[in-house]
Ligand binder design. Structure first.
Ligand SMILES: CC(C)(COP(=O)(O)OP(=O)(O)OC[C@H]1O[C@@H](n2cnc3c(N)ncnc32)[C@H](O)[C@@H]1OP(=O)(O)O)[C@@H](O)C(=O)NCCC(=O)NCCS
Length: 143
């Protein structure tokens, strides 16, 4: 998974894309990429990421990529980018379901998202990916 195989297809399949970056002077030290996509984008030859019938609306929101450079973590930068991303995702009236896909073993990120109001839904790809989800109606700290 790299820029060509992951980022470009994600952006092309999405209806709306959003990136926020954190900068230290001119240097980018973190980013969060989110998108709004038709739910069908999450069922392809690679995997079915979630049960499409569990989503009532046509589109879903996803925090797709999220990275803070080492040395800049634990200062609250990730929380700011996360909150900005969720604020953007939640502005779409016709989107109720939000997803984050976390690689197996990334306990740190998993706990981070859980504290932000996401819940573990299920595993896919033989446990390689954990699917986290949240719903607009659920209570959370970034609303
Ligand atoms: C996950 C990730 C984006 C979080 O970014 P971050 O900038 O470290 O996040 P924050 O600083 O906002 O929060 C991290 C922790 O630091 C704590 N923190 C925030 N500000 C702090 C401060 N001033 N002093 C001490 N701790 C602080 C937060 O309370 C939080 O603790 P918690 O996780 O126990 O709630 C970052 O660790 C990362 O890039 N990881 C590698 C890539 C990755 O795994 N991405 C996710 C892919 S799904």
């Amino acid at each position: 998974m790299n820029f060509e195989t992951r980022m470009i297809p994600s952006m092309k399949n999405a209806t709306y894309n959003h990136i926020v970056v954190a900068k230290d002077d001119d240097q980018i030290v973190g980013y969060a990429y989110s998108n709004i996509s038709p739910k069908e984008a999450y069922s392809n030859e690679f995997a079915t990421f979630f049960n499409l019938s569990s989503v009532s609306r046509k589109n879903v929101g996803c925090l797709s990529q999220f990275y803070i450079k080492e040395g800049y973590r634990q200062y609250g930068i990730g929380s700011i980018l996360f909150n900005m991303s969720m604020k953007w995702l939640k502005q779409f009236d016709d989107v109720e379901d939000f997803f984050i896909f976390v690689s197996n073993g990334n306990q740190n990120a998993l706990e981070f998202y859980k504290r932000k109001g996401f819940s573990i839904s299920h595993d896919i790809l033989d446990g390689f990916i954990t699917v986290l989800r949240n719903n607009k109606e659920s209570e959370n700290i970034y609303s």
